[in-house]
Ligand binder design. Structure first.
Ligand SMILES: [Zn+2]
Length: 391
């Protein structure tokens, strides 16, 4: 990178933050089946349209201290985080690959990875507009990179990038679809959704067939590690929480609000945290937990059991609760622990379902950036020197 190009990097970050702002619109609206173009952004709390001056990426959220100007409802920190993350990924793409189609490809894949991570975590949805749209963009950028070769050699020039990109998309889709079908035939249950097939096809258009294998390998490895580590971290955090909550009724309330619920001895919600309140039909503080709606029933049943066990002197209980509404739009798998504390029963809740799309998104970026080098090392001596294994 030339010294004068370095001066452009802050602008690249700013462009990325603006794209991140659009990514936020996609993350919020696409799983709900709403248009991402109109109407203009509104506060989800009071529906007041957001003024352009209050829609500056990152800065507006900081200036408004994370609250709507009209109704003061809190605005999720996800908004500035996504904007900063996409900005940083644009910055990294330009810093590592200069200003050209390769950096553009990286920026597009990174933006898609951020959107799909968020929609998969929040709504278990991988929108077609993102997976198929970005698949098409990946093929276009690959074709663009081939243009000089095409001018020199004719259509054979497309063998450089477009052909491996198309092969990667087809191979990825066929592989994941085939594995899913095999799983379905053997186990009689859905192994992978069709969204995963389209997502790996999209990734394949950026990393090629060898990169697809690397992405799937990395995603499985990351998934294994990241399923184990949070379990460990959760148990430590919960033990600290329980110890703190045993100190006083006030502390018990605070831990309940932070990590789940605090119930009075007769089953009234004394303190309610986000993990509880996000469940459709959850009751607020001051209501009996038994009044919660049908979706929250697994947690209510768990609390009932934990209360009985606490009354018998057994202070803890573990569970793994699937909480789902009829449409499947809300879905969480929660780990739960209940224990007697001053003022009642402390119920700790934590999410344990991280969907595979999240691992695929992370793995695809690693494979895109470092996969070529890794594959060259693995296949040292087997590949023609100077010829990259990724498109
Ligand atoms: Zn508002």
């Amino acid at each position: 990178m030339r010294p004068e190009d370095v001066l452009l990097l802050p602008f690249v970050f700013a462009i990325g933050a603006v794209v991140g702002s659009f990514a936020n619109v996609c993350i919020h609206r696409m799983p709900r089946g709403e248009s991402v173009v109109s109407p203009r952004s509104r506060c989800p709390g009071c529906a007041t349209p957001i003024a352009a001056s209050d829609n500056v990426p990152i800065l507006s959220w900081l200036l408004l201290r994370g609250r709507c100007r009209a109704c003061r409802a809190p605005i999720s920190p996800r908004y500035p985080l996504v904007e900063a993350l996409v900005g940083a990924l644009f910055f990294a793409a330009a810093f590592l690959h200069g200003f050209g189609p390769l950096a553009l490809a990286g920026a597009i894949l990174a933006t898609a990875a951020v959107i799909l991570t968020a929609t998969d975590l929040e709504a278990r949805v991988l929108p077609d507009e993102v997976t198929l749209g970005v698949l098409a963009l990946g093929l276009l950028v690959a074709a663009w990179r081939d243009l000089p070769a095409v001018r020199a050699d004719g259509l054979a020039g497309f063998a450089g990038h477009l052909l491996p990109a198309a092969a990667g998309a087809a191979f990825g889709a066929a592989l994941v679809w085939g594995v899913g079908e095999a799983y379905r035939l053997v186990r009689g249950a859905e192994g992978m959704g069709f969204g995963d097939v389209k997502m790996i096809a999209m990734i394949g258009a950026f990393v090629g067939p060898a990169g697809v294998l690397l992405t799937l390998f990395l995603a499985s490895a990351v998934g294994t590690v990241f399923a184990g580590l949070p379990a460990l971290a959760r148990n430590v955090a919960w033990s600290i929480s329980c110890a703190a909550a045993r100190g006083s009724a006030e502390r018990a309330s605070r831990e309940g609000r932070r990590r789940g619920l605090l119930l009075s001895p007769d089953g009234e919600v004394r303190a309610a945290g986000g993990r509880w309140l996000e469940i459709p039909g959850a009751v607020p503080e001051g209501s009996p937990i038994e009044a919660a709606g049908p979706v929250a029933r697994p947690v209510v049943a768990f609390a009932r059991l934990a209360r009985r066990r606490a009354a018998a002197g057994r202070s803890t209980a573990f569970g793994r609760l699937a909480v789902e509404d009829e449409t499947g739009e809300f879905f969480r798998v929660l780990a739960a622990r209940g224990g007697a504390v001053p003022g009642g029963l402390l119920v700790l809740l934590s999410r344990v379902d991280v969907p595979f799309g999240v691992y695929l998104a992370v793995a695809s970026l690693v494979a895109w950036q470092w996969g070529g080098r890794a594959l060259e090392l693995l296949a040292a001596g087997l590949v023609i020197p100077g010829r990259s294994l990724l498109p």
